[in-house]
Each structure stands twice: as structure tokens, then as C-alpha cells.
Design a protein around this ligand. Structure first.
Ligand SMILES: Cc1cc2nc3c(=O)[nH]c(=O)nc-3n(C[C@H](O)[C@H](O)[C@H](O)COP(=O)(O)O)c2cc1C
Length: 218
């Protein structure tokens, strides 16, 4: 069982990285081999709309043709048994690097002639971890269930099955007195102490499920 994991946060020890660590531990403890890529350490762009991946001729490539740091990783995903993506929420969406990964990863597999027939040759699981400031009570009100649901559906359609988990009301600063904020260190710490270990436990379970190889939707 080979899992490729992606940290879509520029912070290598932030909330997303911590959640990913838990998921990766859960997967490794259940026998999976996991390789982690920090997207903000790599040089790559999103889709450039060249449509080479939509050619009907023999030149049609299997993965995105843009030659950059992402291309060898896209090749590896061909052989992966599961994918794990962690992202902070930026302006109600995935981070820019995560969006770029999803565009480059999914577009070549999107079958323009029949959306229901992905070009990805197998059905595998994708685990999606979101970390965000928005508290759980506001999650649906601000439309995040719809926004992230769209990404879940895109990944699920191209790869087989996709499950999302969340960490809400995360801590951004070590010292809230130094930065503009709508909360205080004490309030944020109390919330984190009460919830973040449960969020990480949830992430661990996601990793265990990915390692099992059983499709989420089966
Ligand atoms: C540029 C930027 C935009 C953000 N936009 C949102 C947002 O729209 N909604 C939200 O809930 N949190 C937002 N946040 C907060 C982060 O999503 C949150 O703190 C996250 O847990 C950070 O993850 P990290 O520690 O892995 O970097 C934003 C943070 C940044 C830096």
C-alpha cells in the first residue's frame, strides 16, 4: 500500500502539517508506505490550459506535460494506492498551491467526452484534510460545506472516493497580543486544548482507513 501525501500549507509545522503527521502515523502503523511532499517547497504552476491532455492523437500524454517539480510526482500518483491532501483554508478555498496541484492532477484524468468515465485507471481513496479559522458553528453558514464539497466531488469522480475531515478554529499565532486578531491567546488556547487532539485523532483514523485500501464509498 503506497500513499502519496501533500502538505498544502507554507507552514511546515502548522495545523495542517500536524494533522497530516497524525494521518501519516495512522497509515504507517497500519503497514502503508507514505511519501510526503511539501507543496510550498516545490516550484510548479497550476494548469496552463494547453489542452495537450485532451488531444485525440497518439501524442496525448498520460499525465500533465508541464515540466516542473510537480511532473515526476504526477507520474508517481499513477502507481499510488491512495492520496492524502492537507490544506489550510484561504479565502474560503484550498491554498493556491493545493488548487494548483488539484488542477494539474485532475484535468488530464477528466474525460471531456464522458465525465463519468475518468481516465485514471483504478479506483482509489483520496483523504482531504482542511484546517481553518472558521468555528464549526459557522461552517455551513459561510458555505464551506458547498465549497469543499465541490473539491471532494472532483477528486472522488476522478479517483474513486474522497473523504474530508476538518480542524476548525485553529491557532495561527503563538502570541495573539502581537498581531491583529478577533480573539485572544487564552481563548484560542482553551479551544485548541479542548479540540485539537480530537481533530488529530480523526486524522489518524483517516490514515488508518487509507492504509486499509477499502474504498470510503463501498
Ligand atoms: C491568506 C490566508 C487566508 C485565510 N483565509 C481563511 C478563510 O477564508 N477561512 C478560514 O476559516 N481561515 C482562513 N485562514 C486561516 C487558516 O486557514 C488557518 O489558520 C489554518 O489552520 C492555517 O493552517 P496552517 O497552520 O497549516 O498554515 C486564512 C489564512 C491565511 C494566511
Amino acid at each position: 500500500m503506497k500513499i502519496l501525501a501533500f502538505n498544502g500549507s507554507p507552514r511546515l509545522k502548522g495545523n495542517t502539517a500536524t494533522m497530516l503527521d497524525s494521518a501519516i502515523s495512522g497509515a504507517r502503523e497500519n503497514g502503508a508506505e507514505v511519501e510526503l511532499f511539501n507543496l510550498y517547497k516545490m516550484q510548479f504552476s497550476g494548469c496552463i490550459s494547453c489542452f495537450t491532455c485532451k488531444l485525440l492523437s497518439k501524442e496525448r500524454p498520460i499525465v500533465c506535460v508541464i515540466k516542473d517539480d510537480l511532473q515526476p510526482v504526477l507520474e508517481k500518483i499513477r502507481e499510488a494506492d491512495a492520496i492524502l491532501i492537507g490544506t489550510p483554508v484561504y479565502f474560503g478555498s484550498e491554498s493556491a498551491a493545493t488548487r494548483a496541484l488539484i488542477e494539474r492532477l485532475c484535468f488530464p484524468y477528466l474525460n471531456y467526452a464522458d465525465y463519468a468515465k475518468s481516465h485514471f485507471p483504478r479506483r482509489i481513496n483520496v483523504g482531504l484534510i482542511y484546517t481553518m479559522n472558521v468555528p464549526i458553528e459557522l461552517f455551513e453558514k459561510v458555505g464551506y460545506n458547498v465549497n469543499f464539497g465541490r473539491t471532494r466531488d472532483t477528486l472522488g469522480r476522478e479517483f474513486g472516493s474522497c473523504k474530508m475531515i476538518f480542524a476548525n478554529n485553529t491557532t495561527q499565532y503563538d502570541d495573539y497580543s502581537l498581531y491583529e486578531a478577533n480573539s485572544t491567546r487564552e481563548i484560542k488556547k482553551a479551544y485548541r486544548d479542548a479540540h485539537f487532539s480530537d481533530d488529530c485523532q480523526n486524522a489518524r483514523q483517516l490514515g488508518e482507513q487509507l492504509a486499509s485500501g477499502k474504498l470510503f464509498n463501498s
